[in-house]
Design a protein around this ligand. Sequence first.
Ligand code: ADP
Ligand code: MG
Length: 346
Amino acid sequence: MWLPRLFRLPSHDMAIDLGTVNTVVYVRGQGIVLNEPSVVALETRDGIRRVKSVGRDAKLMMGKTPDNIQAIRPLRDGVIADIDVAEQMIKHFIDKAHGGRSRLPRRPEIVICVPSGSTTVERRAIRDAATNAGASKVWLLDEPMAAAIGAGLPVIEPVGAMVVDIGGGTTEVAILSLRGLAYSTSVRVGGDKMDEAITAAVRRKYNLMVGETTAERIKHALGSALPPEGEPRTISVRGRHLVQGMPKEIEISQAEVAEAIAEPVSQIIGAVRAALENTAPELAADIVDRGIVMTGGGSLLQRIDEAIALSTGLPVVIANDPLVCVAMGAGRALEDPDYRGVLNAA
Ligand code: ADP
Ligand code: MG
């Protein structure tokens, strides 16, 4: 009697969006089961470094760690800055998505999304990390392709579609048709650069040092890709005063934040324009019809869609659930035989 029951065990094949800010895991037949910051906290004791926590718990420690603990983002700029730590993070998330290693029915197939601009060395490192974490087979999927599938674009048809995915470390811009990337570019500008620009502006104008988490909070609350209109809004910000050395609170306005992030925003728009200038005429004609679809957390920046529409003259829409779009698309590629052809054996 045990045999039929065994056959009913779920396969646990999974698709992973290994983002620079967030990792999202989709399990076959279950959908998204995990969505956590791509952060690892390392503790050094007696000269030995070991993982203390991963994901949400590790993110809470960022900027608040004692000397012997370090909270790091192993993928920060869209490349794997620290391969050992990245591997431990991948392992941790795969185990967690399974609900613990002991419950693994069989070694799963794993799809991992990679930035379109990643090198062979980086791709190999990701494949090895997933294999070491227990994958029976590893597939790599270009992030913009996953984003486009997740956003419901017609990527398996002979129709041009354009996707702009703004993440933390990188922005991916791609034009897709017939299961392939007709054009793609990955620029190292995204939400992180906006946070850094806010930190720099607050320091310059107010002599106030603020941490990464605070800068991101300011961006979420007030950030806008275009100068604000209407009622001026402000929020209070706390940090350490550079001259007095004491904790201090200041008020920052929406206009100041928009000005601070104007440079990274214009770099993103520049990448979108460059993609359009490099597109074959037939595909360009499709994009005029269908417009640009935005995904990734950066697409939630206020009025970024409007700024891109203004500068390109094209319609721009933000995908549903932009933060999980890549994982949803990768999951679809794993489950739907029509989309299987987009996967690359690693
Ligand atoms: P990645 O794929 O690199 O992990 P995500 O797609 O998860 O990145 O997006 C994370 C980025 O999106 C972060 O920089 C975060 O600050 C930014 N973000 C999330 N929500 C908002 C928002 N409401 N306004 C502006 N930026 C946002
Ligand atoms: Mg992403």
